[in-house]
Design a protein around this ligand. Structure first.
Ligand SMILES: [Fe+2]
Length: 284
């Protein structure tokens, strides 16, 4: 008996997705993208991917081992694919889920990572992990720090390395490792997403195919007062961010984190001003 994930449809709505996500730690949502959006995003990323070197350098040997040498990476995806910025980054269902899961613990949430991984034939399975451990200094227990999604830009099959998610692991102690039968494969058609929490154990599966690349977008959101994994201000600088939808600008960290109403203060100002206004008046 193999573990499975709940499977919903975009039209089931954010409340149903949030309920499944909080209960199980992961959920598949079908038809997140329609065929038109899917085709536009794939067309926009194709030229970038053709230039991406799967054996590129990484920060250190541990990161290089984690990613392997058979994955093409496109980071800062909002800067490279306008359709991704409008149709995925600002997807109403993703934002509805973040409103419910992250909203209570911050004044606004932000994008953490917008990173396309095109995992090639021969890719090993990633080490199973919890994303939230990049913020290991936050004392436990803590509220959910991160909501993550992997959106399939090609069909995800077990053979080509569908994301693996461990249902229920968001409630496990840190030292509990899953048994093989506790791991679910997020098999899903292109245009579907698997959502999981920062506390949920997961990882990319092995790509055992001879010639099928498993193209998916890892997009995660995090509490607005935490340091993000991607440095969006440098990776999506003002001259690029200025062309994006306002919501995308906000999510990429150009909005102030204004916690005044909660007894807190402001984060992210430039010259004591709101960077969003400065994008508008050209002073950034
Ligand atoms: Fe991860």
């Amino acid at each position: 008996m193999t573990a499975t994930l709940p499977r919903l449809h975009r039209e089931d709505g954010a409340d149903a997705v949030v309920a499944a996500l909080l209960e199980v730690g992961g959920v598949i949502v079908e038809d997140m993208l329609d065929a038109g959006a899917l085709a536009r995003i794939n067309a926009e990323v194709d030229p970038h991917l053709e230039m991406a070197d799967p054996a590129r350098a990484h920060l250190n040997p541990a990161v290089a081992w984690f990613f392997g040498k058979r994955t093409r990476h496109l980071t800062a995806l909002a800067a490279k694919s306008p359709s991704f910025a409008s149709d995925v980054l600002c997807h109403p269902l993703l934002l509805g889920v973040c409103d419910a899961v992250l909203g209570p613990s911050c004044a606004r949430y932000q994008v953490n990572v917008a990173h396309l991984l095109d995992r090639g034939p021969g890719s090993d399975a990633q080490m199973l992990h919890r994303d939230e451990l990049v913020w290991v200094h936050v004392p436990r227990p803590h509220p959910e720090l991160q909501v993550a999604s992997i959106t399939a830009l090609r069909d995800f099959e077990k053979a080509n390395g569908a994301t693996r998610v461990v249902p229920g692991s968001h409630r496990w102690p840190l030292d509990r490792q899953p048994e093989p039968h506790e791991v679910a494969d997020a098999v899903m058609p292109a245009g579907a997403s698997v959502l999981y929490l920062g506390s949920t154990i997961h990882g990319g599966g092995a790509n055992d195919t001879a010639n099928v690349w498993r193209r998916g977008v890892h997009l995660s959101y995090v509490l607005g007062w935490l340091r993000t994994e991607e440095n969006h201000y440098l990776a999506t600088p003002p001259e690029v961010a200025r062309r994006l939808p306002r919501k995308a600008q906000e999510l990429l960290g150009y909005a102030l984190h204004d916690a005044l109403a909660s007894g807190g203060g402001y984060l992210g100002a430039v010259d004591l001003r709101d960077p969003l206004e400065m994008l508008d008046d050209g002073s950034l």
